[in-house]
Design a protein around this ligand. Structure first.
Ligand SMILES: Nc1ncnc2c1ncn2[C@@H]1O[C@H](COP(=O)(O)OP(=O)(O)OP(=O)(O)O)[C@@H](O)[C@H]1O
Ligand SMILES: [Mg+2]
Length: 317
């Protein structure tokens, strides 16, 4: 670790506007860490399966080893949302009366397709994967969806903790009432309360995840030297700061090499320089690392190696 840096954090999130290079840079960072001997898990949420393509492996919902110290997993939020709803349905079958069950099931079926459900399912998976570190993995690198979505995910634990607490309290009240009614009727109380148990478990999980996101997470914001990604970065920095998430470094991707030729390319280079200056001016209190625009898309490990080298030379840890 170089002098003056924040203490090393074991969880890394790569975020930024659509298409700026989150998947590419997250894969490069995970490869770099693994190359240094840290047992690393790369978590992708990219529905285009590009992480698998870059690493030359067919990935699934379970972590899979792709090189000596590198594992990768691809989360499918839609599939997870389905499983998640099925789990809740199973709980409901155990604990609600047969008269209301069809209504509850219908309601859950509708919930399956709402974006909030996918987000919760994704968050649940993130929380599970976070808990594998440091026991199973030294580092976990999350390649996330575009900024807005990721920010909601990171701020979700704060909301969910409060929500889960409220629901647990409500449920405790209801359970107390139910007990009282049963006593009045002279019937025996059934063992435990599966819903309450699950809610308590979730409350505990959210609470723990929130702690890890505040204490053990570094956020890497990726952008390219263009107007809209710069503005999105400004917004993301504000939101992350307001939620106590540490932004470790800004990664400016697709920076042209100096030696471009032709009027058109020189003009683009000139424009990029203006944006790069603006980035330094507006965000310069954070470390800013520049990654070169390669001649071709990064679609395999050989091409990724150049990006890995650049991150290494920039001292990313
Ligand atoms: N430095 C670079 N040089 C050349 N091509 C690059 C570079 N960085 C990324 N690319 C290419 O740009 C495209 C988008 O990159 P990537 O998929 O990593 O972006 P993303 O931010 O993950 O996108 P999304 O928001 O859709 O998930 C890919 O085809 C990738 O190969
Ligand atoms: Mg991506």
């Amino acid at each position: 670790m170089s002098e003056g840096r924040a203490p090393e954090r074991r969880l890394a999130f790569f975020g930024g506007k659509g298409g700026v290079g989150k998947t590419t840079l997250a894969a490069a960072f995970a490869t770099l860490l693994a190359g240094r001997g840290e047992k690393t898990l790369l978590v992708s949420t990219d529905p285009a399966h590009s992480t698998g393509d870059i690493l030359g492996a067919k990935l699934s919902g379970e972590p899979q080893q792709v090189e000596e110290k590198l594992w990768a997993v691809e989360i499918d939020a839609a599939r997870d949302a389905e499983e998640y709803v099925e789990k809740i349905k199973a709980d409901a079958r155990e604990s609600v009366s047969t008269e209301v069950l069809p209504t509850v099931e219908q309601h859950l079926e509708l919930a399956k397709n709402s974006p909030g459900t996918e987000e919760s399912a994704l968050f649940d998976r993130f929380v599970d994967l976070i808990s594998l570190c440091p026991a199973e993995y030294d580092r976990v690198v999350f390649d996330t969806a575009p900024t807005g979505h990721t920010l909601r995910l990171l701020t979700l634990p704060a909301l969910l903790t409060a929500w889960a607490e409220g629901v647990v309290r409500q449920r405790e009240k209801v359970a107390g009432m139910e007990r009282m009614m049963r006593n009045l009727a002279g019937s025996d109380a059934p063992d435990g309360d599966p819903i309450l148990e699950r809610l308590r478990e979730r409350r505990h999980k959210f609470h723990h995840a929130r702690h890890r996101l505040l204490e053990d997470t570094a956020f890497y914001l990726v952008l390219i030297p263009e107007r809209l990604p710069i503005e999105e970065t400004a917004r993301a920095l504000k939101t992350l700061a307001a939620n106590g998430v540490l932004v470790e470094t800004l990664l400016v991707n697709r920076v042209f090499p100096d030696a471009v030729e032709g009027d058109f390319m020189r003009s683009r280079l000139e424009q990029q320089r203006e944006y790069l200056e603006e980035i330094e001016e507006r965000f310069g209190e954070k470390p800013v690392i520049k990654i070169e625009q390669e001649a071709r898309d990064i679609t395999d490990r050989a091409q990724l190696a150049s990006i890995v080298r650049q991150l290494d030379e920039a001292g990313l840890a």
